[in-house]
Ligand binder design. Structure first.
Ligand code: ADP
Ligand code: ADP
Length: 229
């Protein structure tokens, strides 16, 4: 079944009299275990689309369903809980909380889901070890390298075993080698756990390794043939 589905999805930003239509009438679905790349020029609306799919923003038209639930029908609290349980977010810049350690940052979504501290700590530690940060548990983000911070952010996105990870240029801020490591980590998660991936990227070489490549252009979403990527 679909992990995320959207129907007739549209977004127009309005600020005073200024209206910025970004897209309208997008229909698509991300199946369980599927990996999808989203390409598009700067300003095409990729971040907007990802925010809508993740329920971080409300569309001006259409509907988003996450794990079969209509996002617009949920209270803010229920939407937040669904997001925390079913989705993981990875951004270009890590958004780790600076005053907390790597371990505490990764524990946070588990605690928010209602799990007790010892179990949350155990799971967060195991995951940090699996991304090669077992020796950095007590470090704060400011004490980690860029690649380490991004791996910690990936660990945080994965710790609740979400059905789908949404990545907005998740490797965009990293050097090529570190980017490859982080990308492989996400692909491994897909292979081993069947986690769906929706990744906004400029990197066509990475995009080519995913099941489907969609391009957002002038408000429309088009699936590219392998030869076009
Ligand atoms: P991309 O991620 O592809 O670079 P964005 O989704 O960030 O594109 O932006 C799409 C369009 O929407 C751009 O024209 C951008 O200026 C506009 N936009 C994005 N966020 C906002 C906002 N919060 N308010 C008004 N306009 C916005
Ligand atoms: P930009 O794409 O303009 O650089 P950011 O990547 O900093 O913006 O953030 C993207 C969006 O994600 C912002 O609108 C912000 O409100 C939202 N956001 C940032 N951190 C989190 C988080 N930890 N959980 C959910 N949403 C977040």
């Amino acid at each position: 079944g679909a992990v995320i589905q959207c129907t007739g999805l549209g977004m127009t930003y309005a600020e005073g009299k200024m209206r910025t239509p970004v897209f309208d009438g997008l229909d698509f679905a991300v199946q369980r275990g599927e990996t999808v790349a989203i390409l598009g020029a700067s300003g095409a609306g990729k971040s907007t689309l990802l925010h809508l799919l993740g329920g971080l923003d409300t569309p001006t038209a259409g509907e988003v369903f996450v794990a079969g639930q209509r996002m617009s029908a949920l209270s803010d609290a229920a939407r937040g809980a669904l997001r925390n349980r079913a989705l993981g977010f990875v951004y270009q810049f890590h958004h780790l909380l600076p005053e907390f350690t790597a371990l505490e940052n990764v524990m946070m979504p588990v605690l928010l889901a209602g799990t007790a501290v010892p179990e949350a700590s155990r799971r967060a530690q195991a995951l940090l070890e699996s991304v090669g940060l077992g020796h950095r548990l007590a470090h704060k983000p400011g004490e980690l390298s860029g690649g380490e911070r991004q791996r910690a952010a990936v660990a945080r996105a994965l710790v609740n075993q979400p059905a789908c990870v949404l990545g907005d240029e998740p490797t965009g801020n990293l050097d090529e080698k570190t980017a490859a490591t982080v990308f492989e980590l996400m692909l491994g998660l897909n292979r081993e756990q069947g986690t769906s991936l929706v990744l906004v990227t400029h990197d066509r070489r990475l995009a080519r390794r995913l099941d489907r490549v969609l391009e957002l252009h002038e408000g429309r979403l088009r699936q590219l043939a392998q030869s076009e990527v």
